[in-house]
Design a protein around this ligand. Structure first.
Ligand SMILES: [Zn+2]
Length: 93
């Protein structure tokens, strides 16, 4: 988990180390990771823009703001921006 916090991509972390993090949850006692009880009525109302999304100005699909792309004077989704390669390619430097 420290390596992920340092920005090391998950595919560069040895599998054995990754499983150590998974085992923390898998091997935890049920009472440590779940709250089991009666459901209660809730008055929770989600905030207006939890993820900060906007509709693509071409196709109208809602897009999380970090994934919007600028095409001319429009903010558009990745597909409408014309990217043809895989999603990961966009983030390569
Ligand atoms: Zn679009």
């Amino acid at each position: 988990m420290k390596k992920r916090a340092q920005g090391i991509p998950p595919d560069q972390i040895p599998e054995e180390e990754a499983w150590e993090a998974v085992k923390i949850v898998l091997e935890a006692p049920e009472e440590e990771i779940f709250i089991i009880g009666e459901l209660e009525d809730s008055t929770f109302e989600p905030p207006e823009e939890v993820l900060g999304a906007q509709p693509c100005e071409i196709c109208g699909e809602w897009v999380s703001i970090p994934y919007l792309r600028v095409l001319g004077n429009k903010k558009v989704c990745i597909d409408c921006a014309g990217y043809e390669e895989g999603f990961e390619k966009i983030f390569e430097k």
